[in-house]
Design a protein around this ligand. Structure first.
Ligand SMILES: CC(C)(COP(=O)(O)OP(=O)(O)OC[C@H]1O[C@@H](n2cnc3c(N)ncnc32)[C@H](O)[C@@H]1OP(=O)(O)O)[C@@H](O)C(=O)NCCC(=O)NCCS
Length: 362
């Protein structure tokens, strides 16, 4: 067999293994564990966002796929989302959000010891987006790497930053979630293309001056559920291995929905218990914005009233790693984040992965 025919066989794999293959794992069999933080406290010192100007409305999607504004609003809560211009790199949005976060925190570029970029729509295997951001923002003293944990990536980054700061290896970290998801969507698949949007968000994580800080964490993953949210036709191998140059986002929406409601509720209960707090002690629950109905169902199950919950999915859709900074920014703009407020952040994503933390706002 010649190299050319071997390569040909490789790209013509007949079997399709995508998000349509259902994994039966009972929610109660998925371990959700939490712990209280120790050592040097760390806090969120600044928030930045970057939103492309172009707004894509549900009415426009009605012209593209067989859907209606009514269906999208009722089933997801989404009214519009942003689209980056063609050719935009995720790191470019990330750098803009990072610049804004540093300004909000009053942190100079040379004070940053570590920069991480998480993304579900990364630009390339290398160089990392974090290195492009490091150069772009002049973070001369920062080490830099990308983190892949899908929508959970931003909170995983905060967990890494927290551990680095707590152990004295780092004083200030810039963590970024950056997405140009529009380029990995199947624009003929109505069950996914209506859900997502482009954006970036960033947080500066460092040492608190006013007594705020992260009190507890819940961090987890369950690889048995890898096939609920996937990329490409042969997700068991990955798009590169089978030469799938047309790979697109695929999802088993129903199973993901059921997982998400249960996971949000169990994470919230676990981080609260680890911090020695109850539902009534939380000033604001800021969940990953994947679907308004998921958020409402989880809030009901835990016992939060909706005025304890931040929802802004109607304007941006699901922006994967960027949703939590976007929600924190809107909450701050609405006066819903005051120093000392107890804030519960929670996310889940492909992998499957999940993370939640309870913090006191600085
Ligand atoms: C995707 C999601 C909104 C679908 O909502 P749902 O209420 O579960 O709807 P279903 O998937 O059961 O589909 C119901 C019907 O609506 C149809 N439908 C799907 N998308 C549609 C759309 N955009 N417009 C109109 N109809 C649509 C389906 O084809 C189906 O039709 P059928 O009954 O004739 O087969 C929901 O499952 C969801 O949000 N899942 C989790 C997504 C998520 O969190 N993803 C990101 C993780 S980070």
């Amino acid at each position: 067999m010649t190299l050319a025919s071997a390569a040909h066989n490789l790209v013509r794999q007949p079997e399709v293994v995508t998000a349509s293959s259902i994994t039966h794992v009972r929610p109660q069999d998925i371990p959700v564990r939490a712990f209280a933080t120790q050592g040097q406290p760390t806090a969120v010192l600044g928030v930045g966002v970057c939103l492309p100007d172009r707004v894509l409305t549900n009415a426009e999607l009605e012209q593209m796929v067989e859907t209606t504004d009514g269906w999208i609003v009722e089933r997801t809560g989404i009214r519009e989302r942003r689209m980056a211009p063609p050719g935009t790199a995720s790191w470019e949005l990330g750098a803009a959000a990072g610049r804004e976060a540093l300004a909000a925190a009053g942190v100079e570029p040379e004070e940053v010891d570590l920069v991480m970029v998480a993304s579900s729509s990364p630009d390339a295997p290398f160089p990392s987006m974090a290195c492009r951001v490091q150069e772009s923002l002049g973070l001369a003293n920062a080490w830099a790497f990308d983190l892949l944990a899908a929508c959970t990536g931003l909170l995983y980054e905060v967990a890494v930053a927290d551990a680095m700061i707590a152990s004295g290896r780092c004083r200030t970290a810039l963590v970024i979630g950056a997405e140009v998801l529009s380029r990995i969507l199947d624009w003929s698949d109505r069950s996914t293309c209506v859900l997502l949007g482009d954006a970036a968000g960033a947080l500066v994580v460092g040492t608190p001056q006013r007594g705020g800080g992260i009190r507890s964490w819940c961090l987890g993953a369950d690889g048995r559920l890898w096939n609920l949210l996937t990329y490409g036709q042969r997700a068991d191998k990955g798009a590169y291995a089978v030469g799938d140059t047309e790979a697109r986002f695929r999802m088993n929406g129903r199973e993901t929905y059921l997982f998400a409601v249960d996971n949000f509720a169990r994470q919230a209960e676990a981080v609260l218990a680890a911090a020695g707090l109850g539902v009534g002690d939380v000033d604001l629950f800021v969940p990953h914005q994947a679907n308004r109905r998921i958020i409402e169902a989880a809030a009901r199950r835990v016992g939060f009233s909706m005025d304890q919950v931040m929802v802004n999915i109607e304007r941006f859709g699901n922006t994967s790693t960027a949703t939590i900074p976007l929600a924190l920014r809107d909450a701050a703009d609405q006066g819903r984040l005051q120093p000392g407020d107890r804030v519960l952040l929670a996310s889940f994503g492909a992998g499957l992965t999940w993370a939640a933390c309870l913090l006191e706002w600085e």
